[in-house]
Design a protein around this ligand. Structure first.
Ligand code: PRP
Length: 211
């Protein structure tokens, strides 16, 4: 039996994924050691390998088959647009992709104005404005703290993740439109899906019983 390799996005999602896997008897004790600098962890008994990577790299590893299976947020899957099969909504990491700004910016979204949109997700923003709203906009890619953009006058609105809404509230901004709901998803390499179909389908089945 060959190893099935999992790529997990670093951070909170990875911890929740390991907790979920534990519920179906898949454990990887080595991975819990916070002081370890190891990058890849093996469960010899179950013939599984796990590694952590930056979230946006997870779909890349899975598309190229360096990982058979990946767990990452739907935001990253949509933004990266890789050729992978999305097979399961894991139900955690729930939040929303939204267009946000000061409430005064609301009319700018109604009259096809040429506005600037700052986002860490330029592809999602472009798809929403061009293909859903048919509004021509200028998209400005940022790498974080997106809420700053409308406050300092870089853009009229932002396209960003809203979870509790407290970052928006504390900065005088509000949700103007919802783009789509988000949560953690399991993705699979299309070739692995065929070659390891029994093992992967069994895994999905067992995960379904605990989600
Ligand atoms: C995300 C997102 C918002 C915030 C939303 O940022 O970009 O800024 O969380 O959460 P809330 O609705 O619960 O306030 P993150 O903390 O990932 O950091 P970033 O700004 O560097 O992207």
């Amino acid at each position: 039996m060959r190893y099935l390799t999992f790529a997990l996005g670093k951070g909170r999602l990875a911890n929740q994924t390991l907790e979920l896997f534990e519920k179906i008897g898949i454990t990887c004790e080595e991975m819990k050691d916070k002081n370890s600098r190891k990058l890849i962890f093996v469960n010899e008994e179950l013939k599984l390998r796990f590694f952590l990577s930056k979230g946006p790299d997870v779909p890349t590893y899975v598309e190229y088959g360096a990982a058979d299976i990946g767990v990452v947020g739907r935001d990253t899957i949509l933004e990266e647009g890789r050729k992978v099969h999305e097979v399961l909504d894991l139900g955690y990491g729930k939040c929303r992709m939204c267009i946000c700004g000061p409430k005064e910016a609301a009319p700018l979204l109604k009259h096809h104005e040429l506005i600037r949109v700052a986002s860490k997700y330029p592809n999602i923003a472009k798809d929403y404005f061009y293909n859903v709203k048919h509004q021509t906009v200028e998209i400005i890619k940022l790498n974080g703290s997106i809420e700053l953009a409308p406050i300092v006058g870089l853009s009229e609105v932002i396209c960003d993740i809203v979870e509790t809404g407290s970052t928006l509230r504390e900065n005088g901004l509000t949700v103007l439109e919802e783009v789509c709901p988000l949560s953690a998803r399991m993705i699979v390499n299309p070739v692995s899906m065929r070659m390891e179909s029994d093992r992967i389908k069994d895994l999905i089945q067992r995960l379904r019983t605990v989600i």
